[in-house]
Design a protein around this ligand. Structure first.
Ligand SMILES: NC(=O)c1ccc[n+]([C@@H]2O[C@H](COP(=O)([O-])OP(=O)(O)OC[C@H]3O[C@@H](n4cnc5c(N)ncnc54)[C@H](OP(=O)(O)O)[C@@H]3O)[C@@H](O)[C@H]2O)c1
Length: 286
């Protein structure tokens, strides 16, 4: 049975991946940020939670050192980086701190995971799976920092894959569409908070597009979430194809929305994509 590290294991897709790995009998190292979250996985002999904050190099290094100690010479086979953050907001209004936090967590976090995974996975068909998004192939309004970060991870993975050719390991990207987790379901609330913090002038310019986005993601309290997207468990199944395929592809798209939007982004000129992705949110009065 494989030995697997899963980051961002406290919630959402990472938690679903961890539960499935435990049920299969894999040896799993779910990585969480908070000591208290280690209790989420129960007391299973093959499950060894570790602390890893992907936005902090020392934390990632210490997490891998702890896994080395626990593996005691056995190989690490698969690393799945599910940790990420996503804060919606217009480019003009978002704070630069927020951009730095998103880039440090999502992009530099993926680089940290690659840096410490590659020496441990090469030579025995190991795999690093980086989870990006359909927003790593197309760019939605109000998701500028997130889309930029996911595009950057796509590029980072392409570079890494071209460097490790011949090392008997794989770097694989998974591009999910909408998945029903906190990341999607809390966006309506976040949008409400941001509208309340706008000046009258900002409200006039931006409230209509924010309200349209809020409608798409399900209302201010997250209690009207539309029945779109797939469950974290279904997404985990798709990610496992990337992790365990005999000859993994470079990219896996999970969910029909991801397949359609990524295909359109590959085929259509930018002016058409402006129409497709701008249409539902464009800044006309409500
Ligand atoms: N949900 C979607 O619609 C969707 C769609 C496409 C792609 N994705 C991608 O799928 C992956 C998982 O998303 P999700 O929906 O499961 O998100 P989620 O429910 O919001 O969970 C995010 C996870 O990342 C962890 N995390 C955040 N910052 C971290 C850091 N600095 N270090 C370590 N862990 C950190 C969180 O830990 P804490 O509990 O400590 O905060 C949590 O475990 C992400 O890469 C996301 O971009 C999601």
């Amino acid at each position: 049975m494989p030995n697997i590290l899963i980051t961002g294991a406290s919630r959402g897709i990472g938690l679903a991946l961890t539960k499935r790995a435990i049920a299969r009998g894999d040896t799993v190292f779910p990585a969480v940020r908070k000591e208290a979250d280690k209790a989420k996985f129960g007391n299973h002999p093959n499950c060894h939670p570790v602390i890893m904050d992907v936005s902090d190099t020392a934390s990632v290094e210490n997490g891998f050192a702890e896994i080395d100690r626990l593996l005691a010479g056995k190989p690490l086979d698969v690393v799945i980086n599910s940790a990420a953050i996503s804060v919606p907001g217009a480019v003009e209004l978002a704070s630069m701190d927020e951009y730095q936090q998103t880039m440090n967590t999502n992009v530099v976090g993926s680089a940290r995971i690659l840096k410490y995974s590659i020496p441990r996975l090469r030579g025995h068909d190991g795999r690093v799976v980086l989870i990006t998004s359909l927003w790593g192939r197309a760019s939605n309004p109000l998701l500028g920092s997130y889309c930029a970060s996911k595009h950057a991870i796509e590029s980072l993975a392409d570079s890494a894959r071209r460097e490790i050719g011949g090392m008997n390991m794989h770097v694989v990207l998974v591009e999910p569409g909408v998945i029903r987790t906190d990341m999607y379901e809390l966006q309506g609330q976040e949008i409400e908070t941001q509208i309340n913090a706008m000046s009258p002038d900002q409200r006039q310019r931006y409230e209509p597009i924010y309200r349209r986005y809020q409608k798409l993601v399900g209302g201010p309290k997250g209690d009207q979430t539309p029945n779109v997207g797939i469950s974290a468990e279904k997404c985990a199944e798709g990610i496992e194809k990337a992790a365990f395929a005999a000859n993994p592809r470079r990219r896996y798209r999970v969910g029909i929305d991801s397949k359609v939007v990524c295909l359109l982004a590959d085929l259509l000129p930018a002016s058409w994509m402006d129409f497709v992705l701008g249409q539902s949110l464009n800044n006309k009065p409500l």
